[in-house]
Design a protein around this ligand. Structure first.
Ligand code: AMP
Length: 188
């Protein structure tokens, strides 16, 4: 099976993705990570990617498409991909569908980890108290949350219409969320 996981920063997406990867022997394809690796190679392409990421914009759909196709076309990862940080817009969602069908695959499930902004703020505050420090991380976190909401909304709507979307209540404990995700996957 191939999955997509969505969740705002601070929702515990990384923890849940790790769980799914281990339990179902999947491969986590994080476009952010692939792009950062390309920067490290110091290629011409890497320089372009660096400018986009550092300037706070998205990397072009064309570059991301090429990066993702490397994995989708590889037999090693066939029907065992979990997409993280991708697709970021509707064009990417459509491209993903085309790429998967080119290699006789499809998306089987889309998980959205849902956590309110209030909870994210509370988590940051708790961390601050524990670590006894004050910084501007709350402001940054709010900005990231809003950007996430704005950019992923149309993509999530797209998968909802295709009946692939499952919304997971991310306000609960890690174990409860693990269990729910396991139950959903077992029904595929
Ligand atoms: P992330 O690690 O997912 O937060 O990604 C870090 C940065 O990489 C983003 O801010 C974007 O500039 C770029 N990036 C990651 N994934 C994509 C994507 N699917 N499309 C375009 N740019 C991306």
């Amino acid at each position: 099976m191939n999955l997509i996981i969505f969740g705002p920063p601070g929702a515990g997406k990384g923890t849940q993705a790790d769980f799914i990867v281990k339990k179902y022997n999947l491969y986590q394809l994080s476009t952010g990570e692939i792009l950062r690796n390309e920067i490290k190679k110091k290629t011409e392409l890497g320089t372009k990617i660096f400018s986009a990421i550092n300037g706070g914009s998205l990397v072009s759909d064309d570059i991301v498409k090429k990066a993702v196709e490397v994995f989708i076309s590889d037999k090693k990862y066939e029907n065992r991909l979990i997409f993280d940080g991708y697709p970021r817009n509707l064009n990417q969602a459509k491209t993903l569908k085309e790429l998967l069908s080119k290699y006789n695959q499809k998306i089987d499930l889309v998980l959205q980890l849902s956590v309110s902004l209030e909870t994210i703020k509370k988590r940051i505050l708790e961390r601050r108290i524990q670590e006894k420090r004050a910084d501007d991380s709350e402001e940054i976190a709010i900005k990231r949350y809003k950007t996430y909401e704005k950019t992923t909304e149309p993509v999530i709507e797209y998968y909802k219409k295709l009946n692939l979307l499952k919304v997971i209540d991310g306000e609960r404990s890690i174990d409860q969320i693990n269990t729910e995700i396991g139950d959903i996957i077992s029904l595929i």
